[in-house]
Design a protein around this ligand. Sequence first.
Ligand SMILES: *Cc1c(COP(=O)(O)O)cnc(C)c1O
Length: 392
Amino acid sequence: MMSRTLNKHGFVTDLVEKTPTPFYYYDMDILHETLAEVNRQIGGHPFKVHYAVKANGNPHILKTIASHGLGADLVSGGEVKAAIEAGFDPREMTFSGVGKTDWEIRLGIENGIGCFNVESVPELDIINQLAGEMGKKANIAFRVNPDIDAHTHKYITTGTADNKFGITLEALEQVINHALTLQHVCLRGLHFHIGSQITTMQPFVMLCETINKLLDYYSGRGINFEMINVGGGLGINYNDPDMHPIPDFESYFNTFKQHLQLRPNQLLHFELGRSIVGGCGSLISRVVFVKETRNKKFIILDAGMTDLIRPALYEAHHEIQNLTAADTGTQETYDVVGPVCESSDVFAHDRSLPTTHRGDLIAIRSAGAYGESMSSRYNMRPLPSSVFATRE
Ligand SMILES: *Cc1c(COP(=O)(O)O)cnc(C)c1O
């Protein structure tokens, strides 16, 4: 096939120009390269990567990720169904979440999913009960809250972790002993997930050290785990997507290769979401109006917080590019906003962009994770559509 014509920012020209806006543009070459890099880094190690489906549940994206052999990490019954439909192997699925309902637990057991990441004693007892009623045994891991603050990179030594996720280190032994008395659950391992958009390796090093201590402690008591799951959280570079389209998986996996003392026959599981899909997606939108007030210029887009909520929700930064205007012309300072009736519907404040006009195409970059999957129909807006681009 002939190569496609790309515009100056690397988008397939006819796709961005002919698709009705707003829509998600997925660069499938970047997604394939990202997945190949993950597989390159884990090759030869007892590592298994599960893709965290909540980052992006688009069926075509899921199928692509499944085709590279990853497992799936799920947080709802809907995600279990979507992952099965996309072709993920149920034995390579993990089911996380603090509030799994009975039908969701039954769905997981029925499909023989690999592991429930259990977050509390009541959940443990219900899984045991439901598995018993179904005449089955459910694989479980306990989600441990290791008191590591991934955002400030500081060890938090508060004894009472005020966090809804996981089981505290103090309670863990009792919970494990309780699980070992239950007939219909099989304790396979321990699970951790310390946060998201983590861009230094230090929190992961601390996680490894905590896990090493736990493994020593429990092996001293005759309890060995066949699997350790360190969750996800590896961040992406939102400031420079063109220079860094693929996260530094080498440093990430090396951190665990160097610092985690896995036991013989122990498997290490990962649950990566953002780092797998974040870089491949952009939200493409058209300028509806350029509006000037006394001290500001606004670019008003046909995309809004209903399509990409991260800036409104977390004041997250996304690079914004004008795909129509020449980069060589004058630059001006704009607030880039959506049409939704909320003052938080803002993609960027005081952003320097080429002089922009009604009808220009705008790309909001690094939107592959927690973009489409968090879209809503607020203001009765339609959900954004999606296109899948390859350069060849
Ligand atoms: C959200 C989540 C992930 C994925 O996190 P990323 O930051 O997207 O990698 C992994 N595991 C669990 C339990 C999660 O809730």
